[in-house]
Design a protein around this ligand. Structure first.
Ligand code: ZN
Length: 253
């Protein structure tokens, strides 16, 4: 039983615990090429949150990891079987309720640990920050915390070498042999401005990828996943300590 994981701990511990920072891991339930489980983003969120929190806890950070939210925004994948979409307005409603609890109980810091590219919490947190002025609300996309190319041969953004390496580490029995994986090749927009990323539009997923993957998974290994996992959790663990200890009335220098 880890006292910093809410789903594992108990009222006997929690009733007197002093908690500075709540961490809400947020995943998605969606196809990940042919070879990875639908729960890939949830599994990554669970493992990365728990290990980062363990490192921070050992340094004295007063934190609690809430259960991982299993569904994310999949508005661009409506025709992919059993990709379960949660609309941004639903995320807004869920976050309002969770933040209301934290705010009422004097836990004034929340970090969303986001595991899914389609989840975009910035606008939601701007609006909820207005509604809950005593709260310090933040979001971390762990998959953007490191330069992936220092750990992996190829870039990608869905069911790629990085995600495949992580699931080979966390749940090796849930990964099909990589010979069964699709290539994960992505069709790019014809209009150059989108490829240069200074204009954005949601990608229609079934039109940009034949196998639902974006990024070649074939060179993934458990060893690469292990090295990346260690680096990413050390980096996030460090920021959890800083967030737990910071004075939210004195954030700027
Ligand atoms: Zn994913």
């Amino acid at each position: 039983m880890r006292p910093f994981i809410l789903a594992e701990t108990n009222w006997k511990y929690i009733k007197d615990a002093s908690i500075e920072l709540a961490i809400l891991p947020w995943g998605a339930t969606e196809a990940h090429n042919y070879h990875l489980p639908y729960g890939t983003d949830i599994i990554e969120a669970d493992f990365i949150a728990a290990e980062s929190a363990r490192l921070a806890w050992e340094k004295g950070a007063k934190i609690i990891v809430l259960p991982t939210m299993p569904f994310g925004v999949n508005t661009g994948q409506t025709d992919i079987k059993l990709d379960i979409n949660l609309n941004p307005s639903t995320q807004f409603a869920i976050l309002t309720d969770i933040i209301e609890v934290l705010n009422r109980q004097g836990i004034f810091k929340l970090l969303i640990l986001n595991s899914h590219g389609g989840n975009d919490f910035k606008s939601i947190l701007r609006e909820l920050g207005l509604r809950f002025p005593n709260m310090f609300l933040s979001v971390c996309n762990w998959f953007q915390s490191l330069d992936k190319l220092l750990y992996f041969d190829e870039d990608g953004d869905h069911a790629d070498e990085m995600e495949t390496s992580l699931i080979l580490l966390f749940k090796p029995g849930w990964v099909l042999p990589l010979t069964e994986a699709g290539e994960g090749s992505e069709k790019k927009m014809k209009i150059k401005a989108f490829r240069e990323k200074w204009i954005w539009s949601e990608r229609k997923w079934s039109q940009i990828s034949a196998d639902t993957g974006v990024g070649n998974p074939r060179t993934a290994t458990k060893e690469k996943g292990e090295k990346y996992f260690k680096a990413v959790t050390e980096k996030i663990g460090g920021v959890l300590v800083e967030l737990a200890q910071c004075d939210i009335k004195d954030l700027y220098e």
